[in-house]
Design a protein around this ligand. Structure first.
Ligand SMILES: Cc1cc2nc3c(=O)[nH]c(=O)nc-3n(C[C@H](O)[C@H](O)[C@H](O)COP(=O)(O)OP(=O)(O)OC[C@H]3O[C@@H](n4cnc5c(N)ncnc54)[C@H](O)[C@@H]3O)c2cc1C
Length: 298
């Protein structure tokens, strides 16, 4: 084990060595992190970054990240629950910690009659991961009510970036990979509490009807393109029944790949390659991955 020097003795309990990352991914897969750092506050992050020379892998709630079997070299950083909070700054502005789960913000919206966060009840990620992915569904995206993000760069400098300085696109934004999102400011638009509550229930219901529940998955594997929905291309190419060991495709939504019990990450990756190749052969379209893959190649 190299690089133990980047572990700071003042907050040693926030580090672990060789801890399995499988419980941090919704696929429930993945080998160990060489170093896992779960900071409690910004001071720990900035003092750590000043000494760290290793590549940093940032993990949110792991609902969009497939972690390779051999694990992740260097440092994997996951903000501790101390970064999960929602606070009022002004009567129409809220600040949300990056580790806050999307559904918490949605619940906060219902409780405080704030509209525009109902769809977040359908997304199992964190606010940091949501901004990075520009998550969304049913025509709404997390960037819609965004005002600014607070990030820390790899030298430990804190920056506040306004929405108009970030380019958001479908399931993406151009914030540099080396920026760790710490918190996010959103506009808090008041609405009718019953309407907000009903919308949230309605969206959750639509999700339940169209997507598999309680399975080990990271949601949509491939991005939709402007012209084509990924699931339609997969269906049209007769890939729905493809599998590799316990890596299977959901029969409810064929863009959802599932660890059906004992799959390994390399089998999910093989299934991804198989589907991508078949769709390309049949339609001439190259599917773009929506999920992120981290770790050492098998
Ligand atoms: C059942 C299911 C349903 C889903 N439905 C949807 C849906 O309807 N719409 C949708 O858009 N997505 C959906 N997803 C995918 C996923 O929930 C979203 O992409 C979510 O926003 C990912 O957030 P996360 O915190 O889990 O990110 P992770 O998977 O942990 O990370 C994703 C990316 O964000 C980066 N990241 C995470 N936190 C930070 C941070 N603090 N600072 C900087 N970078 C960070 C990571 O480095 C990585 O590149 C679904 C997933 C599942 C499992």
């Amino acid at each position: 084990m190299k690089n133990n020097s980047s572990i700071n003795n003042d907050y040693k309990e926030n580090f672990s060595i060789n801890e399995s990352l499988s419980r941090y991914s919704w696929f429930n897969l993945g080998g160990p992190a060489e170093i896992l750092f779960k900071p409690d506050n910004i001071n720990q992050i900035s003092s750590f970054l000043k000494n760290n020379k290793e590549k940093l892998n940032i993990l949110g709630a792991g609902s969009n990240t497939l972690i390779r079997d051999k694990g992740v070299k260097g440092v994997t950083l996951k903000l501790s629950p101390k970064f999960s909070y929602i606070e009022w700054l002004e009567k129409d502005v809220i600040k949300v910690g990056a580790a806050t789960l999307d559904k918490k913000l949605s619940e906060f919206g219902v409780k405080n009659s704030i509209q525009g966060f109902e769809f977040l009840s359908c997304i199992p990620g964190s606010i940091g991961g949501g901004i990075k992915m520009n998550c969304g569904c049913y025509g709404e995206n997390i960037s819609d009510n965004l005002l600014s993000v607070e990030v820390i760069d790899m030298e430990g400098n804190i920056k506040h970036i306004n929405k108009n300085q970030i380019r958001f696109s479908y399931r993406n934004c151009d914030l540099p990979e080396e920026f760790l999102i710490l918190s996010v400011k959103f506009k808090a638009k008041k609405g009718n509490s019953k309407t907000i509550q009903n919308k949230k229930i309605d969206l959750l219901d639509r999700k339940k009807k169209s997507q598999p529940q309680r399975v080990k998955t990271c949601g949509s594997t491939f991005k939709n393109s402007e012209k084509d929905k990924a699931w339609e291309l997969i269906k049209k190419s007769n890939c729905e029944k493809l599998s590799v060991g316990d890596a299977i495709i959901s029969d409810k939504h064929c863009n959802f790949f599932i660890n059906n019990g004992n799959a390994k990450t390399h089998q999910i990756e093989e299934l991804i390659l198989k589907v991508r190749e078949t769709v390309y052969q049949k339609t001439g379209i190259k599917l773009d991955l929506e999920i992120k893959i981290i770790g050492e190649k098998w």
